[in-house]
Design a protein around this ligand. Structure first.
Ligand code: PEP
Ligand code: MG
Length: 615
């Protein structure tokens, strides 16, 4: 495990699915010792720009551990909390075990065995039994009980001067650390809301909910060992305009809190302890990136039209209410996607209709008459709300998520409809259903909307006039291929290319092990977009693209050529896409798309796109 610690800085580090950080995360700065050399670690670019700052190691076990006494009546509850944290840790070790088994050869096997041993320790080791006993005996909280028990065991083992037992110390640390982390996994984890200014957050893994806690005015960027380009964590980082790199092998092993670090969100690498020349070079790059971005903002008020005068409506995707300022600055013509599920994260209880209505009203009022498309809950998959008592199935991306969940737990949908209807009295709003597969789902969701409208009317509540249109996301191949039928039920389409790519190619968009295979330029994905766009046009309903493809200026001409006239993206991407729109001529873009649809694979398509954009 530890033999790679002395890797020379110039040795290339290939991105891979997982590394030994997962079993060796407890290396402290003192243990690492010695001078810190410059080191480049490669990963996957999530972007945008360059972040320079000080390493903040998230969740290293070095964070202060809460310690307090508990009343005797709460002892059982505390024990249960410990047992639940152990269950959660077992599930994590199992998931990590599955991932490492995909590594070929010896390292994968070795790691899998270690993870199995950790799993066993979580089921009833001395550490767990001792911590459980301490909760009852000393009436201390579970975190404190684990910490003290861990320290005692480590002390006892170190004193025995036995190689085998010395090696077990690492295991105790890892298991204890993970237990404490899972005990601490409370909503609004203080660790991320109190990150010092100028930090670059480095972590083994960040959930979308964790990422939502980062304040882009305080944090300069982020990098993680796990993750993939189209994961919601990556999308969140882009929305916050944070330079970010994911799937960085060796990150947590080599980085030390307080080191200087550069996150290159364009190239997809992290430079630890840059030497003065490298630092100066990156400072220049960062300055020029910010200059370009500022220059592009000058386009804010110019119309988004092609050279021959065809309008392309550019809207913003919004995850968090705080983004609205960036949306206004970007010149967005509206909000094309509000991911409402983020209202459900980092909290203990479900958001009420009042709270949701207030959040949506705020967005709508800020947009001053420009349309706001609010997507109903898309929980499930990697996005799990803390407040929702939600059991992800064995295969969450294919399970009870999004509209399926809303139609099963209709009280959730009713509350959201009520909130959207109230907010829509303040300006134009649309309702968008995620993950639709069948016309039945649209009909069922529409029937519930009609009931909510009726009860509001009966209660004498004001209603928006006209009522918000009800649209569907086209993000499952089944929906794309039956878009002609869906277009008869839906008032508009929003094509979600992130999930459409995931489901068309059978590639988990969050899994770094297959991230290199995830490619929205696969001909199958482009044909699905083309078919769905054509169906919407034939039915005379609006169609937009709101997946990450929409914000990539390299793809603007292609999407235009496929018939798309509305794009919704992270706010920061709007000016660059607008610049691209203004260089397009309809005729050449259509020819470009036509040529691309005739290509056999993503490689040929990418090459043609480069030629077109450079030409
Ligand atoms: C998509 O799938 O393209 C999309 C916009 O939805 P999300 O990324 O939230 O799944
Ligand atoms: Mg989606």
């Amino acid at each position: 495990m530890r033999t790679r610690r002395g890797r020379p800085p110039t040795e290339p580090v290939a991105p891979c699915s997982i590394d030994d950080d997962d079993v060796d995360p407890l290396l402290t700065a003192e243990e690492a010792g010695g001078p810190a050399p410059m080191m480049r670690l490669d990963g996957v670019a999530v972007g945008p720009g360059v972040g320079i700052g000080t390493v903040y190691l998230h969740d290293t076990g070095l964070a202060p551990i809460p310690e307090y006494r508990i009343p005797s009546g709460l002892v059982e509850r505390e024990r249960l909390r410990l047992a639940k944290a152990a269950d959660r840790s077992i599930a994590e070790f199992r998931a990590l075990g599955q991932k490492v088994r995909t590594l070929s050869g010896g390292p994968g096997e070795e790691l899998a065995c270690i993870l199995e041993a950790y799993e066993q320790m979580m089921r009833g080791s001395r550490l767990l039994r001792g911590a459980d006993r301490r909760i009852g005996e000393f009436r201390v909280n579970a975190e404190a009980a684990v910490r003290v028990e861990m320290a005692e065991l480590i002390g006892a083992f170190s004193a025995m001067d036995d190689d085998y037992l010395a090696a077990r110390i690492e295991d105790i640390r890892e298991v204890g650390r993970r237990l404490i982390r899972n005990l601490n996994r409370r909503p609004r984890q203080p660790g991320l809301t109190t990150v010092p200014r100028g930090s670059i957050v480095l972590a083994e893994e960040l959930s979308p909910a964790d990422t939502a806690l980062l304040n882009p005015r305080v944090v300069g960027g982020l990098a993680t060992t796990l993750g993939a380009r189209e994961s919601h964590t990556a999308i969140m980082a882009r929305s916050l305009a944070l330079p970010a790199v994911v799937a960085v092998t060796g990150l947590m092993r080599h980085a030390r809190a307080g080191d200087t670090v550069v996150v290159d969100g364009a190239k997809g690498c992290v430079i630890l302890n840059p030497d003065p020349d490298t630092l100066a070079w990156y400072r220049n790059r960062r300055a020029s990136f910010l200059r370009t971005r500022r220059n592009l903002l000058r386009l804010r008020d110019v119309p988004s039209v092609t050279r021959d005068g065809v309008a392309v409506h550019l809207q913003a995707n919004v995850e968090l209410p705080a983004e609205v300022e960036a949306v206004l600055q970007s010149g967005a013509e509206g909000i094309g996607l509000v991911r409402s599920e983020f209202l459900y994260m980092n909290r203990d209880c479900l958001p009420t209709a009042d709270e949701q209505a207030a959040a949506f009203t705020d967005l709508i009022q800020h947009m001053k008459g420009r349309p706001v498309t609010i997507r109903t809950l898309d929980l499930g998959g990697e996005k799990l709300g803390d407040a929702l008592d939600f059991k992800a199935g064995a295969n969450p991306a294919l399970g009870l998520r999004a509209v399926r969940l809303s139609l099963t737990r209709t009280e959730l949908l009713r509350i959201q409809y009520e909130a959207i209807l109230r907010a829509a009295c303040h300006g134009p709003a649309r309702i968008l259903l995620p993950m639709v597969c069948t016309t039945d789902e649209v009909r069922a969701a529409r029937a519930i909307l009609a009931e909510v409208v009726e009860s509001a009317r009966a209660a004498g509540q004001p209603l928006p006039d006209p009522l918000p249109p009800l649209g569907v996301m086209i993000e499952v191949p089944a929906a794309a291929l039956s878009a002609d039928a869906l277009a008869r039920e839906a008032d508009f389409f929003a094509i979600g290319t992130n999930d459409l790519t995931q489901y068309a190619l059978a590639i988990d968009r969050t899994d770094e092990a297959v991230a290199h295979l995830y490619d929205p330029l696969h001909p199958a994905v482009l044909r699905l977009i083309h078919f769905a766009t054509g169906a919407a046009q034939a039915a005379g309903i609006p169609v937009s693209v709101c997946g990450e493809m929409a914000g990539d200026p390299r793809l603007t001409a292609l999407l235009f050529g496929l018939g798309v006239r509305e794009l919704s993206m992270a706010a920061f991407a709007i000016p660059a896409v607008k610049q691209r729109v203004r260089r397009i001529s309809s005729h050449t873009a259509r020819e470009h798309a036509h040529r691309i649809l005739g290509q056999p694979d993503a490689g040929h398509i990418a090459a043609l796109i480069d030629v077109f954009n450079d030409g």
